[in-house]
Write a protein that binds this ligand. Structure first.
Ligand code: TRP
Length: 335
């Protein structure tokens, strides 16, 4: 017996990095216990930038490859693409007819967006930004999800989703939609190799698909204690990026390494070598699975098409109930 329904998704903004791994590992755990659907939300990605549109098909594919090679199992739960399940759009439209604009305008992520535009002064405020949380509510509620694993930054969106569910149930006097709860998990804060926020656009990330040589190069680039000029100078692990990584990925050796660093018993090169070996251990199986997937052309596309088909069956069942509840069935389903 499953513990409930889950939906979660990511915008396909490009290759994933090692910082995303804990999110995926959490999804993989949840797959065992919950009835899940995972979505690549490509319509949401259209709010990011117009240039991204060109890259969308490739990014969707890369995203799916990253998810699958990290171990997400399409046999256990559908992996779908938002734009392949049009019911998300229909539910978004119906929700838009009963959602006060003020709910969306007061959303902190929207206000933040407006503020950014104010600073840059050249962007146009598109309707899609305002409606972003409502489309997200449709993603979640179309599968009647009880839980949504997300990061802290998404909490205002989950709150709007709950309000929309409550309002629909109240307006149409039904008990159709659950009020989904966020599932927050402990995600270690992982800096990029230059100690800024890890981001593909800064080039300071370690891609999930990194080769052995790339891993070694990224570790080599990691910023260490600037006060440690010679190997004989004692180091300060608390200011060292390599140390942050050792704490997360090399728990068995970190105490020993820290001691040797502070007492100048081990140099940065040796320390980095040990970290690179651990990261190789972590990423090698992911890279192998990716190669297996790539060896069979069309496989990823098939998995996404099958996942979207399965998701559509569930979404269509919900829309049936929605139209029924709105008592305009004959009009709304075109029959
Ligand atoms: N807004 C989410 C993010 O940027 C992506 C997203 C869209 C999502 N729809 C969703 C996440 C539904 C969870 C559930 O991370």
């Amino acid at each position: 017996m499953k513990k409930g329904k889950i939906f979660s998704g990511m915008r396909p903004t490009g290759r994933l990095h090692i910082g995303h791994l804990s999110v995926l590992q959490n999804w993989i755990r949840l797959q065992q216990e919950y009835d899940c659907v995972f979505g690549i939300v490509d319509w949401h990605a259209l709010t990011t930038s117009f240039e991204d549109v060109q890259a969308l098909p490739a990014n969707i594919r890369e995203n799916a490859l990253d998810w699958l090679s990290a171990g997400l199992d399409p046999e256990k739960s559908p992996i779908m693409v938002q734009s392949q399940v049009k019911e998300h759009a229909e539910l978004h439209l119906l929700f838009s007819m009963m959602t006060p604009v003020s709910w969306l305008e007061r959303c902190p992520t929207y206000k933040e967006q407006l503020h950014q535009f104010g600073i840059q002064g050249k962007e146009i405020n598109m309707y899609g930004f305002l409606g972003y949380p409502l489309l997200m509510a449709a993603d979640i509620l179309v599968y009647l999800a009880d839980y949504v694993p997300v990061g802290q930054d998404q909490l205002p969106h989950i709150e709007i989703c709950r309000e929309v569910a409550r309002r629909f149930n109240f307006l149409y006097q039904v008990d159709l939609f659950p009020e989904p709860q966020a599932l927050l998990s402990q995600v270690p804060l992982l800096p990029g190799v230059d100690n800024r926020k890890m981001s593909k656009s800064y080039g300071n990330d370690i891609p999930l698909a990194a080769t052995t040589a790339e891993i070694q190069e990224k570790v080599r680039m990691m910023i260490t204690d600037p006060a440690r000029v010679r190997k004989t100078d004692p180091g300060h692990p608390e200011v060292c990026v390599v140390h942050t990584y050792q704490q997360i990925y090399n728990q068995a050796e970190v105490a020993d390494i820290e001691e040797r660093c502070r007492t100048a018993g081990m140099g940065c090169v040796a320390c980095k070598k040990r970290l690179a070996a651990k990261l190789e251990e972590l990423l090698a199986p992911i890279r192998e699975r990716r190669e297996q997937l790539l060896a069979r052309p069309g496989q990823v596309e098939e998995i996404l098409a099958a996942g979207s088909r399965q998701a559509r069956v569930r979404a269509e069942a919900t829309l049936g109930q929605v139209r029924e509840a709105m008592r305009v069935k004959g009009v709304l389903d075109g029959k």
